[in-house]
Design a protein around this ligand. Structure first.
Ligand code: C2O
Ligand code: CU
Ligand code: CU
Length: 455
């Protein structure tokens, strides 16, 4: 049981200047929650921000009532709807109703594979600016089987929440980031359309941090919490050598076996569980984590400085997990086609799924609890597509087998421009109303989200 107060504060992110933030519990990122598989956790959120909020546990297998539907608001104190008996309150001034909306209890069964989850704001139309101002935090789920593997742990396991932000001269976060120099996608006129980018890269809320490490293996739990920025990460030593990124897990937990990458693309909301071995780096040497897609200062992400030799009791077993679902195409009772494309809406420009912007009153996809489905997703530009409630496997990309970084169980798949991909999943867990959407947070706010009803 946890209590988190959402409140405004300022923090020194850039040296010598205070940045106003919206936070969970006064920090950015919010407090990291660590849970055990199958042990339910209740988090009471109290909203002391000036706006309504919604909390979603990304990657959580959560009953719909606690999944953070975009209109299930936690109202702030003094919000007009509370005082006027607005129709959302049933027209009644029930003091208990008022009370439950100033705080809200979210209950997470966490009956799922251990992995790195994250919680973030999910209010309809305003998710992107809320995350940008700081409403994001990590939630790790563990179990005994994973603990027994012997992967690097304790101070040698590092959660890394990567995000970009733009700052004004007074230290405030700039949203949208209007500086044309920040716009790395040519031809984009609207400040929001492609998604908002920043020119400062933060890891766990700190700009380009340098972390001291022993010359041993480390486990890096990487999350791309950026609104719109894609990264292709590599680990480079001072003398230009690339260290292997040994992937042991994906969005939804451990792989069956490790996969070695020279570099690794990561789209918004994706997670990778990586092991990096610093034992070949001389004491005093540095390993930079670089974004190959960035330029200038957005090329650097963070660095590790190797400070001493040390004993390494960790290992990376050849078999990591045996419980990965292996649904086959022939298991599917349904195949759906879904397009993720720009289009016109209300005379303006929007991001649409199957030609439609998000409407909380419309059911877009209905499935039955326990059904296996194949979804064929097609994109115009980059769209990281995320499903609530379930993990899925990537079956194909562009008619070809999935890429090495598609391994394992995912909850977000990065569709590349013009690409069609197939995913397969079983809709088990809970009945109710869930979502799927693009996790470019601006695309999501501009309509690229739809309802999934599990009956
Ligand atoms: Cu990361 Cu619908 O969310
Ligand atoms: Cu989610
Ligand atoms: Cu998108």
């Amino acid at each position: 049981r946890y209590e988190i107060t959402q409140r405004e504060t300022t923090a020194e992110i850039l040296p010598g200047i205070r940045t106003p933030l919206w936070t969970y519990e006064g920090t950015f990122p919010g407090p990291t929650i660590e849970s055990r598989r199958g042990r339910p956790v209740t988090v009471r959120h109290r909203n002391e921000l000036p706006v309504p909020t919604v909390v979603h546990l990304h990657g959580g297998r959560t009953p719909a009532a606690s999944d953070g539907y975009p209109t299930d608001l936690v109202l702030p104190g003094g919000w007009p709807a509370v005082q006027s008996g607005h129709h959302h309150m049933g027209g009644m001034r029930d003091p208990r109703a008022v009370e439950t909306r100033l705080t809200r209890d979210y209950t997470f069964p966490l009956d799922q594979r251990p992995t790195l989850l994250w919680y973030h704001d999910h209010r309809m139309d305003f998710t992107a600016p809320a995350i940008w101002r700081g409403l994001a935090g990590l939630h790790l789920v563990r179990d005994d089987a994973e603990d027994a593997l012997g992967l690097p742990s304790g101070p040698r396991e590092l959660p890394l929440m990567i995000s970009d932000r733009a700052f004004g001269a007074d230290g405030t976060l700039t949203y949208p980031a209007l500086d044309p120099a920040l716009r790395e996608r040519p031809g984009v006129q609207e400040p929001y359309l492609a998604g908002v980018l920043g020119d400062v890269i933060l890891v766990n809320g700190a700009p380009w941090p340098v972390h001291e490490v022993d010359a041993v293996r480390y486990r890096l739990r990487v999350l791309n919490a950026s609104n719109a920025r894609h990264y292709e990460l590599e680990a480079v030593t001072d003398d230009g050598r690339r260290l292997d990124l040994v992937q042991v897990g994906a969005d939804q937990g451990l792989l069956a076996a490790p996969v070695v990458h020279a570099s690794l693309p990561i789209a918004p909301a994706e997670r990778y569980d990586l092991v990096v071995d610093f034992s070949g780096v001389p004491v005093g040497g540095r390993v930079r984590i670089v974004n190959r897609l960035g330029s200038g200062r957005t090329r650097d992400v963070m660095a590790f400085r190797v400070t001493r030799k040390a004993k390494d009791g960790s290992r990376v077993p050849h078999v990591l997990s045996a419980d990965l679902p292996s649904w086959r195409r022939s298991d599917a009772v349904r195949v759906r086609d879904l397009s993720f494309r720009a289009g016109r809406m209300d005379g303006g420009h929007g991001w649409l799924i199957d030609g439609k912007p998000f409407d909380p009153a419309r059911t877009d996809v209905t499935t039955r609890l326990g059904d296996v489905e194949v979804w064929r997703l097609v994109a115009d530009v980059h769209h990281p597509v995320h499903l609530h409630l379930v993990g899925f496997r990537v079956l194909s990309r562009g008619g070809r087998p999935p890429l090495p970084h598609d391994a394992g169980l995912k909850d977000t798949v990065s569709l590349r421009p013009g690409e069609a991909a197939e995913i397969i999943t079983r809709f088990d867990g809970y009945r109710g109303r869930y979502l799927f959407h693009c996790h470019n947070a601006e695309h999501e706010d501009m309509g690229m989200m739809a309802n999934l009803q599990v009956t």
